[in-house]
Ligand binder design. Structure first.
Ligand code: GDP
Ligand code: MN
Length: 433
């Protein structure tokens, strides 16, 4: 390992004459400090004739990836074992639950809980709703939007309605937002998915899973029923919430102007996204698309290759570190925005939601790292959460889990990349809790 690592992609070559210092200054308003050498505080540098991402190691993390992983795992556990309070960067007392008698009059944010789910998962999603109601939503009553590619059964609707007093909407996805697009060559798809399945990649041959990933990547925010909402909180079958949440998370999102909230940061299976990053570079090379890149993006987190160089190499320069999207709180305006949506349309045109197995989690994560300001992406460190086999377990009074535990399986500890998020993208991990 050298003290700096340069990443150059062949596909970025045509960007040379586009993303130079002058044009960047124009895009970013030409203010002091906006030149490319300050894109990331640890040294993201792009030279006019030669486009490069250059990393200078921020801490004593040079060396053996195994050592880095060990160090990062310890740092993570140390941080999570410290007492964690509610965030201090907002007026949390203005976000308390209403008194029980006042809940009908409660001024909610323009937000909904969303769950894409099958009728057959009635018991599994029921468990999640019960737990979610107990920890959060019985106190605030945000409306639910259940989403399905099939019509929901009466039984499903009745069961869900029995679990919460909140309003519930049951939405059937129009097939144009769900089914694989006509451009997909079925023979090519089959051949490639057989190959992927032979590498034991889960869901490789399951077309509905590819539909699901494409839906959550780029069509969910086009559902007519979600147009009126600004925020969503996604939940899934069989998840659990380990801590009481006593403030209105959506009010927190709005007051702090966050665009995205997450709880778990982990590596994706590189074989499912070999060209997600190279294709993204292709997109940024086209026309003036580079203008969408946020100068305060989470670039170093996105491209890290110190902790897990093999993943980075297999994914063409993307670290594979992502926000686990089975829990996510998002600002729909970010996804509906021109940057994210035109990038998604490009990704979709490659057909690789079907020729590869691009997940919605890495797609959201790459989009956020490039097009959002990293300070607007929030780790809800105070929310205890689990979707097997990974969890976020803070040291809090109400937590029903072991503080600092990431997984019950030691063999999976190396999948955690939260310390990269902490090191590269947060100002001071202790400042707000
Ligand atoms: P995993 O977490 O990656 O193993 O994937 P899941 O099986 O949990 O799927 C992710 C989410 O999409 C869950 O909320 C599922 O209920 C939902 N989902 C997956 N496939 C389908 C499908 O074909 N139809 C519907 N309606 N929901 C689906
Ligand atoms: Mn799941």
């Amino acid at each position: 390992m050298h003290e700096s690592k340069e990443f150059i992609s062949s596909s970025i070559k045509t960007l040379n004459d586009k993303l130079d210092l002058d044009s960047w200054k124009k895009v970013s308003g030409g203010q002091e400090g906006n030149d490319l050498s300050t894109l990331d505080k640890y040294g993201y540098v792009i030279k006019p004739q030669e486009v490069k991402f250059k990393f200078i190691n921020p801490k004593n993390k040079q060396g053996d990836p195994k050592e880095i992983l060990k160090h990062n795992t310890e740092e993570y556990e140390k941080l999570m074992k410290m007492r964690i309070n509610e965030p201090k960067n907002a007026d949390i007392n203005s976000m308390r639950p209403p008194a029980e008698g006042d809940i009908d009059k409660y001024q909610r944010e323009n937000a909904t809980i969303i769950a894409l789910v099958r009728n057959s998962e009635i018991a599994n999603i029921g468990r999640s709703i019960k737990r979610f109601e107990k920890r959060f939503n019985s106190k605030f009553r945000y409306p639910y939007t259940f989403i399905n590619d099939q019509p929901f059964t009466e039984k499903f609707k009745e069961k869900m309605s029995s679990l919460s007093q909140a309003e519930m909407h049951f939405v059937e996805i129009p097939s144009s937002l769900w089914e694989k697009p006509e451009i997909i060559d079925s023979e090519k798809q089959k051949k490639l998915m057989d190959e992927l399945a032979s590498k034991n990649i889960a869901y490789a041959k399951m077309e509905s899973y590819h539909n699901m990933c494409r839906f959550y990547s780029g069509t969910f925010y086009k559902l007519p029923e979600l147009q009126k909402f600004k925020y969503y909180w996604r939940i899934e079958p069989d998840v659990d919430f380990y801590t009481d949440i006593n403030y209105d998370i959506f009010k927190y999102m709005r007051q702090t102007k966050k665009v995205y909230g997450f709880t778990v940061n982990l590596y994706d299976i590189a074989e499912t996204i070999p060209t997600l990053w190279p294709e993204t570079l292709n997109f940024l090379n086209m026309g003036d698309n580079y203008k969408y890149v946020n100068r305060n993006g989470a670039f170093q987190w996105l491209l890290d290759d110190l902790q897990n160089p093999a993943k980075n190499a297999e994914a063409g320069g993307y670290s594979c570190c992502h926000f686990w999207s089975n829990f996510e709180i998002g600002d729909l305006d970010f996804f509906r925005g021109e940057a994210y949506d035109s990038w998604f349309n490009y990704l979709d045109s490659t057909g690789k939601f079907y020729y590869e197995r691009w997940g919605d989690a890495p797609v959201h994560s790459v989009g956020l790292a490039l097009f959002a300001d990293k300070k607007d992406i929030h780790w809800f460190r105070d929310i205890g959460y689990v979707h097997d086999p990974y969890m976020n377990c803070p040291n809090r009074e109400s937590a029903s889990c072991d503080a600092g535990k990431f997984t019950n399986f030691d063999s999976l500890l190396d999948q955690n990349c939260m310390t990269n998020w902490i090191d590269y993208s947060m100002d001071d991990p202790n400042a707000i809790y």
